[in-house]
Design a protein around this ligand. Structure first.
Ligand code: PMV
Length: 329
């Protein structure tokens, strides 16, 4: 082992076309269903991690600021999983930074835990398969499993830690889709997704969604492989609507949409159905609207979004690579 047990890794956020909402096993973060996503080249986390036997505890900075206690606790819990897998007792010093504006309500847990998982293994000189990295990243944040492989990615439900991982179905160059994110609110989520997953089963709609989600996943996968935008749009919007219907009917009820979110969703449908633009919407556990569109329509979508009341900012992202190591910065 060399003395310098450090490494730097970068991972990209992803947007789910078919959503992950609810766990079959909360502790292992085994999802209640499979999901499908696209990595986002424009939104990434860079993490430098150093293991040392001399540290008395883990430490974390995010964008050069000491992280909040809850963020450090969640990171340490994931490092415990990594320490067990790697057979070490070292503590870690972590410097993490996001290239996307903090506090835009854009989730960073997927890119953060994917980058952390890769950096933690590489710092020790351990090279794990993409499959194992994906399963391990899942333990930090479910959607992080999908930020390990490149491009368009499917996460298999799995029935055990080892069998619940994500894999590329098509590389980032397969289809020039773009995610134009309409940022509606900069507020932090009041209910984070970990707590949200735990409420999913309390909605009477969850079982209905789970009965049909594999069909939607197959349709979305087929639409991606054939590059059929119309088919993809229909199933992506339906799946987002279904997940939010579950959120709204859970106990307690979770309402992530704001009036501007709905205005954008309606506008996007109009632009597609009336104006023929290749664009559709999907929302995660927040009010921001991800507008998935053909790159040829991205500029017009961007300028139309900016003109809608309540849109504070617009972010742009093409399909992205998988997690990778970088030279220490
Ligand atoms: O990975 P988590 O626990 O942040 O959950 C992500 C949940 C959604 O973003 C709402 C859906 C998804 O599949 O990404």
């Amino acid at each position: 082992m060399s003395d310098d047990l450090s490494a730097a890794a970068r991972a990209y956020s992803n947007i789910a076309f078919i959503k992950y909402w609810g766990n079959a096993d909360d502790a292992l973060r085994l999802p209640a269903s499979g999901s499908l996503s696209m990595n986002l080249a424009g939104l990434h986390t860079t993490t430098v991690l150093r293991w040392s036997e001399d540290l008395i505890g883990d430490s974390l900075t995010i964008n050069d600021q000491i992280a909040q206690p809850h963020a450090l606790r969640r990171t340490s819990a994931h490092l415990d999983v990594m320490r067990e897998r790697l057979g070490i007792r070292h503590r870690a010093e972590i410097r993490s930074s996001n290239n996307f504006p903090m506090g835009t309500g854009i989730a960073s847990s997927a890119s953060a835990f994917a980058a952390l998982t890769l950096a933690a293994t590489a710092a020790l000189g351990v090279e794990l398969s993409q499959r194992e990295l994906s399963a391990l990243a899942r333990r930090g944040s479910g959607s992080a499993a999908r930020s390990i492989p490149p491009g368009f990615v499917e996460w298999f439900t799995g029935a055990s830690h080892d069998s619940s991982y994500a894999e590329t179905i098509a590389g980032p160059d397969h289809w020039d889709l773009v995610d134009v994110v309409a940022v509606v609110s900069r507020e932090h989520k009041r209910v984070d997704s970990t707590a949200g997953h735990a409420t999913a089963a309390s909605s009477v709609l969850q079982s209905a969604r789970l009965q049909t989600v594999e069909d939607r996943l197959r349709m979305a996968k087929g639409a991606i492989l054939r590059r059929n935008f119309e088919q993809l749009a229909a199933v992506v919007e339906e799946d987002s609507n279904l997940m939010h219907a579950i959120m709204m009917t859970s106990r307690p009820a979770l309402f992530y949409w704001q009036p501007a979110s709905l205005a954008i969703m309606q506008a996007v449908r109009r632009w597609r159905e009336r104006d023929g633009l290749e664009v559709c919407y999907t929302l995660d556990a927040g009010p921001n609207v991800h507008c998935i569109c053909a790159s040829s329509d991205a500029q017009v979508v961007k300028s139309r979004l900016k003109a809608i009341d309540g849109v504070n900012d617009v972010l742009y992202s093409e399909a992205g690579p998988g997690a990778h190591l970088i030279a220490d910065e």
